[in-house]
Write a protein that binds this ligand. Structure first.
Ligand code: IPM
Ligand code: MG
Length: 369
């Protein structure tokens, strides 16, 4: 298998964690006889500093000409005063839209080994396994009109929430298809008691559900969903929701599993998949070697699964992560009150690579018998 991968390290801890994800992909290629070609581009604050634009044309062209894009993180406090459309985050939003990736898959798995890192009691968090399917190209993030205007000395800010039936249908299908491969449950999250967009959302999701008679569908208001996630995360299988609700609920689900640093994501639907950890650029811990690279490495696994159709290789990476956690290695965000061995960002990456080699050896030995 040959894959052309564009790497956008971005801002903050983006370069540190992405480096470990790329090293992991090199290891997978070497162990399994694949050829992955990497090209790097600029995005976010780094791109603004060098070119004035958060998404330079050269970067977008490079992304569109590749099979997949692996992104670190965007965002930097030095641009906080700029209008939304000029900030580093705008680069990521423009990229998602240009690539047409309307479905964002964010699996939140509470590994037993790090259940003690969850703010919830271990018996509540451990074993939770949720897939959040977040609509990525609609709603308040992209709706027009938007902006800040001045009316008689009074500032007025406007954002618009819009959804078409077509936008809802296509992301709903992704959620139901995913549920068919899991526990066959979809919780569709909206605010249909207040918003028209949510009323349409509910109606269209119910229509799509008719094509999936084996999947159990429930509708939940977003406030209730936030509450149930904390009370009993194990009740969820697939959560389907619109852009902003998905942004908020995925951070909540992530921290329940132990740490925001653990989660990867895949944005699919367009021709080129975009893979990025759920966490942000974390400017407070940049350059200290303490960032958790597991979210970025898990994103690389999703790249192999969805773009490369390399299910076994994706599973191997996920198993390698599990083995490293089982062996007790921890970055500070997932440190255990009862011990464990502290590992730096690059040590954690190296451990995953060693675990991958071990998994490959085991498979080889098994076949040799
Ligand atoms: C995320 C992030 C982004 C979002 C930001 C950086 C624009 O929070 O991927 O969850 O809001 O989508
Ligand atoms: Mg977010």
């Amino acid at each position: 298998m040959q894959l052309k991968i564009t790497v956008l390290e971005g801002d903050g801890i983006g370069p540190e964690v992405t480096c470990e994800a790329v090293r992991t992909l090199h290891a997978v290629a070497a162990l399994n006889g694949h050829k992955f070609d990497f090209a790097t581009g600029k995005i976010g604050g780094e791109a603004i500093r060098q070119t004035g634009s958060p998404l330079p044309t050269a970067t977008l062209d490079m992304c569109m000409a590749s099979d997949a894009v692996l992104l670190g993180a965007v965002g930097s406090p030095e641009f906080d005063a700029l209008p939304a459309t000029h900030r580093p985050e705008a680069g990521l939003l423009l990229l998602r839209r240009a690539m047409g990736n309307y479905a964002n898959l964010r699996p939140a798995i509470a590994y037993e080994e790090i259940a003690s890192a969850s703010p919830l009691r271990p018996e509540i968090a451990a074993g939770a396994d949720i897939l959040i399917v977040r609509e990525l190209l609609g709603g308040l993030y992209f709706g027009e009109p938007r902006g800040i205007s001045y009316d008689n000395g009074n500032s007025v800010a406007t954002n618009t929430m819009t959804y078409s039936a077509h936008e809802i249908q296509r992301v709903a299908r992704v959620a139901f298809d995913a549920a068919m491969r899991r526990k066959k449950k979809v919780a569709s999250v909206d605010k249909a008691n207040v918003l028209e967009t949510s009323q349409l959302w509910r109606r269209i999701v119910s229509e799509v559900a008719r094509d999936y008679p084996d999947v159990m569908l429930e509708h939940l208001y977003v406030d209730a969903c936030a509450m149930h996630l904390i009370k009993n995360p194990k009740r969820f299988d697939v959560i389907l929701t619109e852009n902003l609700f998905g942004d908020i609920l995925s951070d909540e689900a992530a921290v329940i599993t132990g740490s925001l640093g653990m989660l990867g994501s895949a944005s699919i639907g367009g021709e080129v998949g975009l893979y990025e950890p759920v966490h942000g650029s974390a400017p407070d811990i940049v350059g200290q070697g303490v960032a958790n690279p597991v979210g970025a490495i898990a994103s690389a696994a999703m790249l192999l699964r969805y773009t490369g159709k390399l299910e076994q290789e994706a599973k191997d990476i996920e198993e390698a992560i599990s083995l490293v956690l089982k062996a007790g290695y921890r970055t500070p965000d997932i440190k255990s009150p009862i011990g464990g061995v502290m590992a730096s960002t690059s040590e954690m990456g190296q451990l995953v690579i060693e675990a991958l080699a071990e998994i490959a050896d085991r498979r080889y030995a098994y076949h040799a018998v």
